[in-house]
Design a protein around this ligand. Structure first.
Ligand code: NAI
Length: 286
């Protein structure tokens, strides 16, 4: 049978999550997505009204089918963790079962199991602030949404990921090199995510032969990246300075992700793979 993938962090057709979903669909996988609760309504409406039909087109001419869209807020592990102001928030109260444990439970009830888990989400409320000006609350929120969210997803999905399954998350070179402007603890969050990729590869590998890798992606003008404020500059910088002087397309990251969750990469785990036109290798911009 074909593989089944759950991609957490898809709310429009611009980001890496969407491109990864398409690459997996093109390779024959069944696609389930997790959409941030506040973005759910507009995403589902746009899907239904055909707004994404052009970008749903796969290389064979058919349109990508999303078997089910699950509301998700990956900063909450279970209902007990949800504070009252969120519970009563209109954008949240219209949906249910969106904590990580509940989504895992729903997918188990609906489909039984998955083979592929993709984490393509991040959030840092103080991302525009330098680290030196970041509050404790902002820093911990960045880590919660961008790093622990992956641990939580893997922890709660592990029982329903088939042995031999694979997971992937998206990281950024700001974890290891200084990228002024990528603030609010987001650089720290990516460093944690990359370290966790190794430790979780060991633990999930030993426990269930599940692989854990990350893609360190180059700059893309996604919704999340535009919120940071200097993404156009990063794209121009990469174009000017990378070994491959071309704009990075989300589909290139999608293709690499499809490889990293396929049997073609069956001996690769605990790795952070650069998909950035080679920009990370430069020592002197020229
Ligand atoms: P995006 O905006 O398409 O994806 C981020 C998603 O995270 C959004 O759909 C948002 O709704 C969701 N999200 C935020 N908080 C959430 C929560 N608490 N629970 C569930 N979902 C939540 O943007 P993009 O850029 O494609 O981001 C995907 C991943 O790629 C992120 O991890 C990002 O850090 C990473 N990345 C992006 C780069 C870029 O230049 N765009 C470069 C390198 C890595």
């Amino acid at each position: 049978r074909g593989k089944r993938a759950f991609i957490a962090g898809v709310a429009d057709d611009n980001g890496y999550g969407w491109a990864i979903a398409k690459a997996l669909a093109a390779a024959g996988a069944e696609i389930l997505v997790g959409t941030w609760v506040p973005a759910l309504n507009i995403f589902e409406t746009s899907l239904r009204r055909g707004k994404f039909d052009d970008s749903r087109r796969l290389p064979n001419g058919s349109l990508m089918e999303i078997a089910k869209v699950y509301p998700l807020d990956a900063v909450f592990d279970s209902l007990e963790d949800v504070p009252d102001d969120i519970k009563s928030n209109k954008r949240y109260s219209g949906s249910s079962n969106w904590t990580v444990t509940e989504v895992a439970e729903s997918i188990k009830n609906d489909f039984g199991s998955i083979d592929i888990l993709v984490h393509s989400l991040a959030n840092g409320p103080e991302v525009t602030k330098p680290l030196l000006e970041t509050s404790r609350k902002g820093y911990l929120a960045a880590l919660s949404a961008s790093s622990y969210s992956f641990i939580s997803l893997l922890q709660h999905f592990l029982p329903i990921i088939n042995p031999g399954g694979a997971t992937i998350s998206l990281t950024y070179i700001a974890s290891e090199r200084i990228i002024p402007g990528y603030g609010g603890g987001m650089s720290s969050a990516k460093a944690a995510l990359e370290s966790d990729t190794r430790v979780l590869a060991f633990e999930a590998g030993r426990k269930k032969q599940i692989r854990v890798n990350a893609i360190s992606a180059g700059p893309l003008g996604s919704r999340a990246a535009k919120a940071i404020g200097f993404i156009e500059k990063m794209i121009e910088y990469s174009y000017a300075n990378a070994p491959l002087q071309k704009e990075l397309s989300a589909d290139e990251v999608g293709a690499a992700a499809a490889f990293l969750v396929s049997p073609l990469s069956s001996a690769i785990t605990g790795s952070v793979v650069y998909v950035d036109n080679g920009l990370n290798t430069m020592g002197l911009a020229c």
